[in-house]
Design a protein around this ligand. Structure first.
Ligand code: ADP
Length: 468
């Protein structure tokens, strides 16, 4: 397993090798091409010169001809003029006395219809040949063949190959070092972040990575990390607050049960006194059961283990039923519950009927619980902009402004003593909020101490979008 730094360097070197090989081949080919072109141009020149010297002679006067031509021939250049009628051939002196005469003669005296330019690679160094027929009147039967060794070109190409072979590894070595250095420089801050992150654990979530003064990738990574730490710290705090609250909530009834049992064991004399204690114990057990059930409901909906059962149903009917059922609860405290339907037709909504029933029941029972004897509760149903609007107003204790932002938190109670008396679990509004959010609706509260409260729930009639 290679580190990111090693992989970056490796990639860099591989790409550079490819680029150098491609460009080296390109240089080699263009040089080879250029050299051959210049040899070809020279051969054409010599052939033109030969043509001029031939004039319009009819006979091959070899000695005279070569005397003129040999002066212009460079090292490694040869001429062979062939009289195609007689088969007589006139060779430049360097060709005659060349040690490889037989072989050169053999190659040069090729057929008349052979290609204009040809390279013979069977001999070393290779030989480049140009052939042309004399086109002057009267001398048309002469085949002029000019040849040159490619020695100089070969040498130049060999030199280029040596230079490339020497320089490519050097360039690659230098580039690998630079690549490694650059990758190290670029990744150093990542290493520092890793070190800093390693030091952060559950008990030091309040630590933050040192902010750098730049908005580049590393700066953004640090910002993202710090904001993630803030969210983690927040959730950790909520979890520990929640587990503290939950154990406290469950410990209180248990302490009461234990205390009552101890008292009964010590002092109770007859069966009625025991029954009294058991009845009180039963109430505390009921409370604990409600707390645990509410917690389960919340945790299920948070984990998504309890998906909504969506269907279209009549919200007007539901509100009317709830109004009818809760009137009985209100009667105990002499509270009148009024229903106001602010819509002419029935309101059809897409949602989970059981959960919405629970939502409104929690709000109505709170309006009764936290109300004065003889107070009023008003339930109203209206429509606005594709949303069903349900208000639950009461004339009860109200909620002080400082408590309003917290009432949807788990186990939050405004008045703990009063709350215990009415038997609340402190989870009712948290459940309300989770149901409203699952339906992509909203809930708002207007309240002030001793003035009563107004809970307004708004739910989209077409139901939550992403579960469609
Ligand atoms: P509980 O189960 O204890 O009623 P909730 O989550 O339903 O818990 O409510 C949280 C707190 O908000 C309650 O303890 C109560 O103090 C306050 N509250 C809720 N509804 C009302 C209301 N209609 N009027 C006054 N206070 C309320």
């Amino acid at each position: 397993m290679l580190s990111l730094r090693q992989r970056l360097t490796l990639w860099y070197v591989m790409i550079l090798t490819l680029v150098l090989l491609v460009s080296g081949s390109f240089w080699y080919l263009s040089l080879a091409h250029g050299l051959r072109d210049s040899v070809d141009a020279r051969l054409r020149d010599v052939a033109t010169q030969s043509l001029k010297t031939l004039h319009s002679s009819d006979e091959l006067e070899c000695r005279v001809l070569m005397h003129h031509l040999s002066e212009d021939l460079g090292f490694g250049e040869f001429i062979d003029i062939l009289d195609t009628r007689t088969g007589q051939s006139c060779l430049s002196s360097n060709l005659i006395y060349s040690s490889g005469l037989g072989r050169l003669g053999e190659y040069v005296s090729a057929e008349i219809d052979a290609p204009e330019f040809e390279t013979f690679t069977q001999i070393d160094p290779p030989l480049r040949i140009f052939r042309t027929m004399a086109n002057e009147k009267g001398s048309k039967h002469f085949l002029i063949q000019v040849a040159a060794t490619m020695e100089a070109a070969e040498l130049a190409l060999q030199k280029l190959v040596y230079i490339l072979l020497m320089s490519i590894p050097l360039v690659l070595a230098g580039a690998s070092f630079c690549g490694w250095f650059l990758a190290r420089k670029a990744l150093d801050p990542v290493d520092q972040i890793t070190q800093a992150v390693r030091k952060i654990n559950a008990s030091s979530l309040n630590k933050r990575l040192p902010r750098i003064d730049s908005n580049d990738e590393i700066g953004r990574l640090i910002d993202t990390f710090n904001s993630m730490l803030s969210r983690l710290e927040d959730s950790f705090q909520k979890i520990s607050q929640f587990s503290g609250d939950a154990s406290h909530e469950l410990r209180t009834p248990l302490t009461i049960i234990r205390g009552e049992i101890e008292v009964a064991m010590r002092w109770a004399k007859d069966i009625d006194e025991f029954k009294q204690v058991l009845r009180s114990n039963m109430e505390e057990v009921d409370l604990m059961t409600r707390i645990i059930e509410d917690l389960l409901t919340l945790s299920k909906s948070e984990k998504g283990n309890a998906p909504l059962v969506l269907q279209e149903f009549n919200l007007t009917d539901l509100i009317q039923q709830l109004h009818w059922q809760t009137r009985v609860l209100g009667e105990e405290k002499n509270i009148s519950i009024e229903l106001k339907l602010e819509v002419s037709e029935e309101v059809m909504i897409r949602g989970d009927e059981l959960r919405l029933r629970r939502l409104f029941l929690n709000l109505i029972s709170n309006a009764i619980k936290y109300n004065n004897d003889g107070g009023d509760v008003c339930i109203s149903l209206g429509l606005h902009d594709g949303n069903a609007i349900v208000h639950i107003r009461d004339t009860g204790f109200g909620i002080p402004e400082s408590d309003l932002p917290h009432i949807f938190e788990r186990f939050y109670r405004v008045d703990k003593a009063r709350n215990r008396a009415v038997g609340g679990t402190g989870l009712g509004l948290a459940i309300v909020k989770s149901i409203v959010e699952a339906h992509e609706g909203s809930i708002q509260v207007q309240s002030s101490a001793e003035q009563g409260s107004d809970f307004m729930v708004s739910l989209p009639l077409q139901g939550p979008k992403d579960t469609e």
